[in-house]
Design a binder for this molecule. Structure first.
Ligand code: 5GP
Ligand code: ZN
Length: 142
């Protein structure tokens, strides 16, 4: 993917504030941090987002996320940390190379969590059943 920003960062063609690198992954500071220390972890292999990332890569990502999260928290003295993955524009994805946001949080930093909506009568049960069926289908066909 020649025109992918994060492929270029992974290849070292564009500089970044690198905090971790191995053969398959790179983590660097987000250029517009939600809080200082906000980092992005990417697989070097290009995929559009988490929905299109192979399972072996997904499995390797999580332990790395936890390690990086602990290091970021320690260094910036954060009180908590949000781990986020935006998939597709409707969910806020702007850069189309799989990346995980590691966002240090501070008590009273002023950010609010998302608000919740209420289900209509019977909607939750019906939806849960539909999604459970879809999950089963997905598990059978993978
Ligand atoms: P998304 O909204 O796609 O989940 O997040 C993309 C993130 O990449 C944004 O938080 C944005 O600040 C960050 N970003 C965009 N361009 C660059 C860049 O050139 N370098 C770095 N380090 N981060 C970038
Ligand atoms: Zn890419």
């Amino acid at each position: 993917m020649n025109d992918c920003l994060f492929c270029k960062i992974a290849a070292g063609e564009i500089p970044s504030g690198k905090i971790y690198e191995d053969e398959r992954f790179l983590a660097f500071l987000d250029i517009m941090p939600i809080n200082p220390g906000h980092a992005l972890l990417i697989p070097k292999n290009h995929s559009r987002n988490m929905l299109e990332t192979d399972e072996a890569t997904l499995r390797e990502l999580m332990p790395l996320v936890a390690k990086l999260a602990r290091a970021v928290m320690t260094v910036v003295g954060a009180n908590g940390i949000n781990i986020g993955i935006n998939n597709e524009p409707a969910a806020g994805q702007v850069v189309f190379h799989t990346h995980i946001h590691i966002i240090p949080r501070f008590s009273g930093d002023g950010y609010r969590m998302w608000g919740g909506k209420e289900y209509e009568e019977g909607e939750e049960k019906a939806l849960a059943e539909k999604i459970a069926t879809e999950v089963e289908t997905g598990l059978r066909t993978r």
